[in-house]
Design a protein around this ligand. Structure first.
Ligand SMILES: [Zn+2]
Length: 307
């Protein structure tokens, strides 16, 4: 066994003196325990100090992040507002185009309601934000949803406009909108008139355009040649005649022609030369007798002229 005594040397004023102090294990353990407790306490204090400092640093860094995010959010909101005003412009243009296409405009309620899709639900995570920030985030998300809906609606509307205009363009192509003889004036209008042959009051079912023999006659709209009459009797009927079917119950007839330049069943386009002005049939001079027939009823061709 080792010597359990510890020699302590201390110096007094009057010189040196050696004193043995007997320390048994119990005292040693007590002393060590106290030292240990003090050490732990010091470490604890130091640790808590550093933790506090670290936490403070962390908090201040998070505060910075929070501040940056808030200002970024405000910045994004500004940009969203810019996008929104651009969308408003597009909505105005959409209204105009819809009117041109003959479609009803979309009212603002409908635009706001959008075309469906999931509604944004308040997220519990937003509770972590301050009340102000939470509202801000929620509103921003809502705004983005609204814009998405508006864009979706604009896209669908544009498709509808294009489809309608394409259909209309096709319809317009088949409307007899031009005077079939460019030179020459209308010498006889549609309606009742004194017949030049009988001098009786009769109905003139078309218009007469006076022009020299050989003047080109154009198809007044797209269509299919459904009738050609080459044989005629002098001073009787339409003379040499072309009839074009334009669909939708519309037909045009071109009478007293000198020459016919199309065949039965031929597809013709507006401005295509179908014949030449003549004075065949019941005509007192060279002219084109032009008729527009709508569902077997002859109507005034002037109603269709765009020019
Ligand atoms: Zn006539």
């Amino acid at each position: 066994m080792r010597d359990k005594r510890i020699k302590l040397i201390y110096f007094s004023l009057g010189g040196s003196e050696v004193k043995d102090i007997a320390l048994d294990w119990k005292k040693l353990i007590l002393l060590s325990s106290m030292l240990l407790i003090i050490l732990i306490f010091i470490i604890g204090v130091a640790l808590s100090f550093f933790t506090d400092t670290f936490d403070n640093m962390k908090i201040s860094s998070l505060e910075k992040v929070n501040f940056t995010l808030s200002s970024q959010l405000i910045e994004m909101r500004k940009q969203i507002n810019q996008v929104e005003s651009r969308i408003q412009q597009l909505e105005g243009e959409d209204d105009q185009l819809r009117m041109i296409a003959g479609l009803d405009t979309i009212d603002q309620d409908m635009r706001l309601a959008g075309v469906g899709g999931p509604e944004y639900v308040y997220n519990e995570d937003l509770n972590y934000f301050s009340a102000d920030l939470g509202t801000h985030v929620f509103e921003t998300k809502d705004l983005i949803d609204q814009l998405k809906n508006k864009i979706q609606l604009l896209t669908e509307s544009r498709e509808e406009i294009f489809d309608t205009l394409r259909a209309k363009e096709n319809e317009i192509k088949h409307l007899p909108t031009i005077k079939p003889v460019r030179i020459g004036r209308i010498t006889s209008h549609f309606g009742t008139r004194i017949d030049p042959f009988t001098e009786q009051r009769t109905v003139h079912p078309g218009i007469d355009i006076g022009a020299p023999v050989g003047t080109p006659v154009f198809a007044s709209a797209d269509g299919i040649v459904t009738r050609i009459n080459r044989s005629y009797k002098k001073n009787k009927g339409y003379g040499k005649l072309v009839e074009i079917d334009h669909g939708n119950g519309l037909k045009t007839k071109y009478g007293h022609l000198d020459k016919i330049k199309v065949k039965h069943g031929q597809k013709v386009k507006r401005w295509e030369v179908i014949g030449e002005v003549g004075e065949t049939g019941r005509a007192t001079g060279p002219h084109l007798h032009y008729e527009v027939v709508l569902f077997d009823k002859r109507v005034n061709p002037i109603m269709y002229f765009f020019e």
